[in-house]
Design a protein around this ligand. Structure first.
Ligand code: SAM
Length: 184
């Protein structure tokens, strides 16, 4: 993406913009976009079978308000205009459980700063994970950001269960949802 990509230009209409990072097979973004045809929805992932699945669902369900970016999430975030996104969704980001892999995790204090800079005032970030140590790291990263207010939340009804949630249930992992609002 070119620097300072403007969603209004990409969609050719002014509308609230939702961004899902790491959409996997695309169920959550399809569900959100289908419930909110008046929103512009952007999905970012690098997983080709998932991109194919999302394209197919858009075709089958005649969903017109999704654009897909096959790229690394941080580079895409960097390219988006500041204060331009209404909702950022990150569901079941790869937990990288081994300590020497923690540096590969998506949600870090630097991610919180970057993502928050892209949110409109009053915009929201919703996340979920079933990996307790990552939940703690997410809380630490987001609580430490002065622009964001929020924390652990009820399960978001618009988040459909995916295989990652089903796996969590099988393993008796507790799924934790988070909701943060940009307050300044
Ligand atoms: C564990 S899966 C979760 C998928 C989906 N959110 C769900 O709940 O079913 C994590 C997803 O994040 C994607 N991902 C991981 N790192 C990424 C990055 N740096 N940029 C974009 N996508 C990434 C992976 O390809 C994968 O699809």
């Amino acid at each position: 993406m070119d620097p300072a990509v403007n969603a209004t230009e990409v969609f050719n209409r002014q509308a609230p913009t939702a961004l899902e990072i790491g959409f996997g097979m695309g169920q959550a973004l399809v569900h959100f976009a289908g419930c909110h045809p008046q929103w512009n929805c952007i999905g970012v992932d690098v997983y080709r079978p998932g991109i194919g699945s999302l394209v197919l669902q858009c075709e089958q369900q005649s969903i017109k308000n999704i654009r897909i970016v096959e790229s690394d999430a941080l580079s895409v975030l960097e390219c988006l205009e500041d204060n331009s996104i209404e909702l950022i969704m990150v569901f079941f980001p790869d937990p990288w459980p081994k300590k020497h892999h923690h540096k590969r995790r998506l949600v870090t204090p630097a991610f919180a700063t970057l993502a928050s800079s892209k949110l409109n005032l009053g915009g929201r970030m919703r996340l979920a994970t079933d990996w307790l140590p990552y939940a703690e790291a997410i809380l630490e990263a987001l609580q430490g950001n002065p622009e964001l207010h929020g924390g652990i939340s009820e399960r978001w009804p618009l988040r459909p269960p995916t295989k990652f949630e089903e796996r969590a249930q099988r393993l008796r992992h507790c799924v934790q949802d988070f909701c943060y609002t940009k307050v300044r």
